[in-house]
Write a protein that binds this ligand. Structure first.
Ligand code: NAD
Length: 298
């Protein structure tokens, strides 16, 4: 099957590579030429714009870093909306339900079905094909796309309302943001009290305080102080802000989310948007005057 793929970054590249390896003909575009060249070396074809992709493929998939990028790629000048062949636009990006509905409504005017499919599982999940895919859109389109989505991960059908899968993804990421920043605070507290951070992580993972952060992010990126997990602080802050906006609109409690949001806003101020999100422990360490990790334990 010919499939278009736009956005070959941390997540998009390994997802597109898996589709190439599964035998699909991939027509790829990214504003970074080198990313496209790299995928062409693996067997994909290159395209010159999102419109060019949509002129040549019925199914156009995208993994993009911002709301603006998804809007432009889908509905802007030279975008998917102008393509002659495109019938479906599947966005793996996290853009919130409001932008997803906007994209859906604009594409619907041109007969293109928008399908939200934000993903969870990180770069490692994208490489291994084990992502959780949260999908909203017409059920028959989900069923038709499932074989393609299964090359990338495990698809979950969230519902037929445009944007529903985005809301699901924001709930997931708010909890991931909370787990990471809360674990950072608690481990810094323990280290300042004289505890060994590796022992703390081992205990948490065997006990009831374990989180995805203690099981995966601490051992892989924080304790070895590599801070290379593959998700940017700017993307985490985007998702936390989107969650707070949606919670505001729904007039629900957001006491925890607001506190978590303040810590992430502080992280982006101190570290910049391109830092890895696991570096969010650094401002907390600085304020406490300690460093967490194998390196300083000597
Ligand atoms: P990224 O910045 O690594 O990749 C984005 C890619 O899009 C880049 O290659 C960039 O050159 C390209 N791009 C940007 N604007 C473009 C445009 N107008 N036209 C064509 N290409 C364009 O980002 P990422 O980490 O791969 O994240 C992508 C999406 O997936 C985001 O919405 C993010 O929130 C979500 N996500 C990321 C992770 C992760 O662990 N990195 C996990 C789950 C979800």
């Amino acid at each position: 099957m010919q499939i278009g793929f736009i956005g070959l970054g941390h997540m998009g590249f390994p997802m597109a590579r898996r589709l190439v390896e599964a035998g699909h003909e991939i027509i790829a575009f990214d504003s970074r030429r080198e990313a496209v060249d790299h995928l062409v070396e693996l067997g994909a074809q290159s395209a010159s714009s999102p419109r060019d992709v949509a002129d040549r493929a019925e199914n156009v998939l995208a993994s993009l870093p911002s709301l603006q990028a998804s809007l432009e790629v889908a509905t802007g000048a030279g975008g998917v909306i102008e393509g002659a062949l495109a019938k479906r636009f599947v966005d793996f990006s996290t853009i919130g339900s409001r932008t997803a509905r906007l994209v859906h409504d604009r594409l619907a005017e041109r007969g293109i079905v928008a399908i939200d499919s934000p993903v969870s599982g990180g770069v490692a999940g994208a490489e291994k094909g084990t992502l959780a895919l949260m999908v909203s859109g017409p059920r028959n389109e989900f069923d038709a796309l499932s074989p393609v989505l299964e090359s990338i991960g495990r698809p979950f059908y969230v519902g037929d309302q445009p944007g529903s899968a985005q809301t699901m993804k924001l709930v997931n990421n708010m909890l991931a943001a909370t787990g990471l920043i809360a674990t950072c605070e608690a481990v810094v507290m323990g280290v300042k009290a004289g505890l060994d951070p590796q022992v703390m992580i081992d205990v948490l993972n065997a006990g009831s305080g374990g989180t995805n952060a203690s099981r995966d992010k601490f051992p892989r990126s924080i304790l070895p102080r590599t801070f290379d997990f593959g998700f940017a602080t700017g993307l985490m802050v985007k998702d936390v802000r989107l969650y707070l906006e949606e919670a505001d609109a729904l007039e629900v409690s957001k006491e925890v989310a607001e506190a978590v949001g303040r810590l992430w806003e502080n992280a982006i101020r101190e570290l910049g948007p391109d830092s890895d999100f696991t570096a969010a422990i650094k401002p907390i360490e600085r304020a406490a005057g300690v460093v967490v990790g194998s390196a300083e334990r000597g």
